[in-house]
Design a protein around this ligand. Structure first.
Ligand SMILES: Nc1nc2c(ncn2[C@@H]2O[C@H](COP(=O)(O)OP(=O)(O)OP(=O)(O)O)[C@@H](O)[C@H]2O)c(=O)[nH]1
Ligand SMILES: [Mg+2]
Length: 303
């Protein structure tokens, strides 16, 4: 039975529904987006004005997790770039056989070069690997979610963070815990994610759900996944292929399609692009909305 299921799963992933396997374009986008500077400015302002709905929490903590090279660090760099007004590279990004990011980083983003830090942190992690003792391990995810792991902590997959006795007894305040988790996935590699990595991602998902923390999926590198989108990012919601991948990821993780957000991070560019910014800011806005949904659970006087 298990073997048959695996065969079906492999067929399902590898068979595009598109005619002659060529990515086709829909006449009407399945998610309407306005790609003008007015939309970008409105989104920017909204993210800039964001204040968590829970007064005891000064900033929403958004955790980025996912396989090596998925684009976690690049997403922070991209959001930082949008607000800085030029391309930035504070977080080291790049493709390596092992995770480029080895430290836990809780990045602030300022509203402009000389602006104030905004009311959210993007928490970047080491990549998840398929090898049993490689990459970010579930024990460390648990400690991050609870707020125990501090900025600049160096991950050691063979020796996850351990609380000292007094730390184990007490729950940290809501402000120090994670308020929204984002699984970052490279759109191009979805079909070749090893089973062992899927198992790890599902374990992370179950852990996150067990703490009632909202979960989103960020599909990066959509530019490389579809030639139409590579030519014009505005075709992202016209591309049948991207739509199909989004549906499949949502299905596979058992989450609504609305919780899967495609983006193109800045990678080789030296200038910002309004359309890329619109997608990036829409994703950022959704992360903050979801963090607020988490705070809603505590608004009856608890915490
Ligand atoms: N074309 C394109 N390249 C991207 C995009 N996002 C990331 N990249 C590239 O993909 C590579 C990996 O990106 P990173 O941001 O380092 O990925 P990561 O998830 O932080 O990886 P680890 O820290 O190793 O786990 C880099 O070379 C990026 O420039 C994207 O949306 N489009
Ligand atoms: Mg990284």
């Amino acid at each position: 039975m298990w073997k048959m299921w695996k065969m079906f799963e492999s067929w399902w992933w590898n068979t595009p529904n598109t005619v002659e396997n060529k990515p086709q374009l829909l006449d009407k986008p399945w998610r309407p987006v306005k790609w003008d500077t007015g939309t970008k400015d409105k989104l920017k302002q909204s993210v800039q004005n964001y204040v968590p709905t829970k007064h005891s929490v000064p900033e929403a903590r958004i955790l980025l997790v996912g396989a090596i090279g998925a684009g976690k660090s690049s997403f922070f760099n991209s959001i930082n770039s949008v607000f800085r007004g030029n391309i930035t590279g504070q977080a080291r990004a790049g493709l390596k056989p092992v995770s480029q990011t080895t430290k836990y980083r809780t990045y602030q983003v300022k509203a402009g070069r000389d602006g104030q830090p905004m009311a959210f942190l993007l928490c970047d992690t080491m990549g998840v690997e398929h090898a049993e003792y490689g990459g970010l391990v579930i024990e460390d995810i648990d400690s991050i979610l609870k707020g125990h792991i501090q900025d600049k902590y160096t991950f050691n997959p063979r020796s996850p963070w351990k609380p000292v006795d007094s730390q184990a007894k007490y729950q940290l305040p809501l402000s120090e815990r994670i308020h929204c988790v984002v699984i970052v996935m490279d759109t191009n590699k979805l079909k070749i994610v090893p089973d062992a990595t899927w198992v790890k991602l599902r374990n992370i998902q179950h852990k996150v759900e067990s703490y009632d923390v909202p979960l989103l999926v960020l599909l990066t590198q959509v530019d490389k996944a579809c030639p139409h989108v590579e030519k014009d990012i505005r075709d992202v919601y016209h591309s049948c292929y991207i739509q199909e991948l989004i549906n499949k990821v949502a299905d596979r993780l058992g989450i609504p399609v609305s919780q899967v957000l495609p983006v193109k991070n800045y990678s080789h560019e030296i200038e910002l692009d309004t359309c890329c910014d619109v997608l990036l800011l829409t994703a950022m806005q959704q992360m903050l909305n979801f963090a607020d949904n988490y705070f809603d659970n505590f608004n009856n006087g608890t915490e």
